[in-house]
Design a protein around this ligand. Sequence first.
Ligand SMILES: [Zn+2]
Length: 511
Amino acid sequence: MGRWAALGLLSALVWSASALGETGRGPQPAPSSGPAASPGPPGFGRPRHWVFVGVVSAVCGAWFTLVAAAQRRRGDAASFPARLDNTLNFLTLGLAGLQATVKKEEKTVITGAEGDIKEIQAGPALKAVREIIVSAVRQGASDIHLEPKGDDLQVRLRIDGDLVTDRVLESRLGTPVIACLKVAADMDIAERRRPQDGSFSMALEDHTVDFRVSTAPSAQGEKMALRVLDRTRGVRHLVDLGFQPEMLDQMRRIVRLPHGMLIVCGPTGSGKTTTLYASLGEIDAQRKNVITIENPVEYHLPNVNQTPINEKAGLSFAKALRSALRQDPDVIMVGEIRDVETAQIAAQASMTGHLVFTTLHANDSVSSVYRLLDLELDPSTLCTALRAVLAQRLVRKICPECRQPDDPKPEAIQWCKRHGIADPRFFRPSGSLFNAPCPKCSGQGYRGRIGVFELLILNDAMRAIIQSRPALTDLQAKAGAAGLIELRGDALLKAAQGMTSMEEVLSLSGL
Ligand SMILES: [Zn+2]
């Protein structure tokens, strides 16, 4: 037996014996133990410690012996420090392996808002959550809806603007799925009567996807909506968004101005953020200080300083914008203007040498101007600051593989003639190729979406009109007379070019 094992076992025996002795003496009254029997160092007086130290010593001794024997077999006359070193290395490797195994078992791959890994027990609910999320990301869904339907939970995905039923989960799975997502998003599982907000990230095969989660009570039970923020879908370029060539040139000129304000308006889900990101992409962020203030940051842009607002922590758009202005910015993107304070700071910033991009909830470009005036922004400040307003919507792109020629109403043909389109070619969606579903669009007739735009550029004449605060209809008439192509006009142009259908143009009837 090796020296180290012997030493270890000897120590073990000595310590165990003394521990037993301590145990034996323990219950005796204090005077009989006498001063000579005073124990060792403080803290080691209790028998459990001695037994523990003994066992550890024995194990270590045996380990040293095994390593030494292995070295002898190899004819390696290593010294004690080298042997100790080898042993420690071995132990470290073993510990690292153990740690990795534990991590692998814990691989719930869900990260909470604060970056903490959630320990969600693997089981049918987590498996169902993964399946729903993988399905949504593969199909390019922008939102996932989990809605109670009787006892079941219906899962619907928003793909290209429309909701599609993905699956229906039985109640035994539906409730745990909601609970699992609530844990992931840092929500209170027990709270079902009040709306809650949260977020989490999930690692898929090759990338991580972020989710913004919200719950709402309904008469049928608790419903949940998840916004999918898939950063790998990347930032698109202005040229890919569907601008007509002339409007694309105008947009490029505007986003390269040294200062001024560009507003992009439209309802939620009309692609405003995509357009703003694409506009930022036109700027050389290496040579300019580009700052964004967003709620939340949807995509990470290279060389851009992106600030997420945090209302709970008191960081509002207005506060973040004030702070951004102290950071020597060239270009600032403000996610949204909702209040007079943000509107005023943004306008002031664009009048003092900064280029400001922002969005506004308004139906069309002329209404945006009125919305800002309603926010009590001074008309002269507005006229000086504002350079252009882009209104936009998204329409479905017709599938070029299976589209069929269409014969629209005479008014549409007339409109094309008035706007100099000599050979309009309209199509309608078919969805079938020789009676079988078209493989390119899975029989839907449409594939992807394209923007339709209305770009109002403020010239001196428009500014003079705005200063006089005319009625909305008057301003619309003046803008039309100045050559403004309205949203519906741009959509009709895209239908005449075979990009979309008349059905989609008419779906913009809310304009
Ligand atoms: Zn097709």
